[in-house]
Design a protein around this ligand. Sequence first.
Ligand SMILES: CC(C)(COP(=O)(O)OP(=O)(O)OC[C@H]1O[C@@H](n2cnc3c(N)ncnc32)[C@H](O)[C@@H]1OP(=O)(O)O)[C@@H](O)C(=O)NCCC(=O)NCCS
Length: 146
Amino acid sequence: MIRHMLNFDFKSVLDIENKLFFCPWTKKDFLDSFVDKCNCYVYETNGSIVGYVVFKKNKYSIDILNIAVHEKFQLKNIGKELIDHVKNKLKNKRYYINVNVRETNLGCQLFLKRQEFKAIAVCEKYFYNEKNEEYEDSYLFAYNNI
Ligand SMILES: CC(C)(COP(=O)(O)OP(=O)(O)OC[C@H]1O[C@@H](n2cnc3c(N)ncnc32)[C@H](O)[C@@H]1OP(=O)(O)O)[C@@H](O)C(=O)NCCC(=O)NCCS
């Protein structure tokens, strides 16, 4: 079941986030995305949170800011269901979904290609890794339903 992220989901969401990412979002990052009127959804199965997606609707497009699936639940189509959920928000004049992926995150790039996204640009030094104080390029992946 995909539903809105609520305050009491933070512990599970942060556990997943911390396990999966080198530079994970903090609780403040998730709270800031709420304040910034982002859409935050979790994937719940048997009472456990196993994935989530955070995205922002713009006038003509949607930006995915974060998407993740718990390691034990990967490759079971949960990521695809989360992306389909975002695709369902495309309507009227909103045609595009964009997501920036780290150059080194080949798994996510392959996943997005399976979801009919295309790499359309390289954004130099898009990510800053606080841990090693280095910048990393991103690939901008886009889906359009025109
Ligand atoms: C990327 C991620 C969200 C994918 O979620 P998932 O639930 O494992 O993906 P799905 O099971 O829905 O996969 C859908 C398709 O993508 C493919 N795919 C998914 N991950 C893949 C990988 N690492 N390498 C190659 N293909 C992959 C699947 O094989 C499947 O293909 P199919 O349609 O031919 O069966 C998940 O691996 C993840 O959380 N990764 C770590 C966090 C991350 O990198 N987030 C993205 C930041 S931009």
